[in-house]
Design a protein around this ligand. Structure first.
Ligand code: HEM
Length: 419
């Protein structure tokens, strides 16, 4: 544990397994609120599940959660598959050309395609049409200037009250009840040490809100939030994973063998089979550990609370960070922490990881979807192509300084056809 000051605001830093369990499970209802990423208070953007607090968060979360159940994922499976096919066509072209490819750009188009298709109900072709209005507007949001980012983080609300908004439509049905089934529990191992958090999710989120419908502004807010929360995170895990596979032919070959053995007689991989492939899961888990997008998980105490037996009492409103990045890079929790060792996440070794020291999704509402996107891509792509490092591949990666942790200047990987 430690205490840092952001300006004159104290923020308690927690990296202890038992305390994290207290915060995320036992006293979850006292830590529902998060410190905002930005000081901007746009009336629509603040209505997203990622920005709301207290009862409003509970209401939004109980409406949004059913969008990401395992049953819904099965329905989305073919839709995501369409974007994967478009990606494979693009990769084919790269493989024929024989040049290396900047993987972040390639996967960026894939994620844009998937989110437009699955969350907004819009068919776009992000790979081939850079002038598509969705792609152009999305790029305006993604490629915010450093000055704008800096202002958002540091300036006070009244300075930031003017934000432009994309007008987007979200086509998802949020009126269904949230029934956690056996599949949800089996797929939840990234966050939990058992069914604990799912029970939290089920019991503490009050689903009897009088107002179970989203307003039009709230729908826009969730759509925008899905894009913001899903784009960079998913692009990052896919890119880093591809890079790591190019550098680790042995791990890549084992993955290839696993995937080939999972293909059915129609040449397909069933949803239930895909989400449980142990090596694929282990490789993604290890990539997320090394290159986690979230450096900390933020919470705020909504009432006075004692932190375990530390003798420390948080006052109401005090901020707390779970030090995710520091834990993932600690030799104490992950021996030889800087090495890429997917085996630590195989089912037979996973029990050696101390519960609550690996939380790449925190309480991400979309964890199942977030895992489905890279799994489907890797499973299909690895059957047809081999990732290799070329003379243009930076080893080690050369990182940009200052803006974001682990943001490489370039990530070029070679693609070879297996035919
Ligand atoms: C590999 C991909 C992803 C990772 C690693 C990731 C990780 C995270 C993390 C660490 C949080 C903060 C959780 C907390 O405070 O406890 C979060 C929140 C969130 N994520 Fe994800 N995420 C990913 C993909 C996605 C995708 C694809 C979507 C949407 C389509 C999404 C939607 C959200 C939303 C809406 C929240 C706010 C949830 C809330 O506050 O209740 N994420 N995510």
């Amino acid at each position: 544990m430690a205490m840092l000051f952001l300006g004159n605001t104290p923020v308690v830093q927690v990296g202890d397994s038992e305390l994290i369990k207290q915060i995320l499970v036992k006293d979850f209802y006292k830590f529902v609120n998060r410190t905002p990423v930005s000081n901007a208070k746009h009336p629509i953007l603040c209505a997203s599940v990622g920005s709301a607090n207290g009862d409003e968060w509970r209401r939004l979360r109980s409406i949004v959660s059913p969008t990401f159940t395992s049953a819904k994922m099965k329905r989305l499976y073919p839709l995501v598959g369409q974007s994967v096919n478009a990606l494979i066509d693009v990769m084919d072209t790269y493989a024929k050309r024989g040049n290396g490819v900047e993987v972040r750009q390639m996967y960026g188009s894939y994620i844009m395609d998937v989110i437009a298709n699955c969350a907004y109900g819009i068919k776009i072709n992000a790979f081939k049409d850079p002038n598509d209005p969705f792609v152009m507007n999305a790029k305006l949001v993604i490629n915010q200037s450093f000055v704008k980012l800096f202002c958002n983080l540091l300036l006070r609300e009244f300075v930031l009250n003017v934000l432009n908004l994309l007008s987007m439509k979200l086509l998802f049905n949020s009126s269904e009840d949230y029934n956690v089934d056996e599949n949800d529990i089996l797929e939840s191992h990234h966050v939990t040490e058992g069914g604990d958090e799912l029970a939290v999710d089920k019991n503490i989120l009050d689903r009897n809100h009088a107002n179970k419908k989203l307003t039009e502004n709230e729908i826009i807010a969730q759509a925008f939030n899905f894009f913001l929360a899903g784009y960079e995170t998913t692009r990052s895990i896919l890119s880093f994973c591809t890079y790591k596979l190019a550098l680790n032919p042995r791990a890549q070959h084992k993955l290839y063998e696993e995937v080939v053995s999972a293909v059915d007689s129609d040449g397909q991989i069933e949803y239930e089979v895909l989400v449980r492939l142990p090596k694929l899961d282990a490789i993604l888990s290890e990539t997320l550990r090394l290159y986690s997008s979230g450096t900390v998980i933020k919470r705020k105490a909504s009432e006075e609370i004692k932190l375990g037996d530390t003798g420390i009492t948080l006052e109401k409103g005090m901020a707390l960070n779970i030090t995710a990045y520091a834990m993932y890079h600690s030799d104490e929790y992950f021996p030889n922490a800087e090495a890429f060792i997917p085996e630590r996440f195989l089912p037979e070794n996973r029990h050696q990881i101390l519960p609550y020291t690996y939380l790449p999704f925190g309480n991400c509402v979309s964890m199942r979807f977030a895992l489905l996107l890279p799994k489907l891509v890797l499973a299909h792509v690895i059957r047809r192509f081999r990732f290799v490092w070329t003379s243009q591949t930076d080893v080690p990666l050369v990182l940009n300084k200052f803006i974001r942790l682990k943001s490489p200047k370039s990530m070029i990987v070679g693609i070879e056809s297996r035919d």
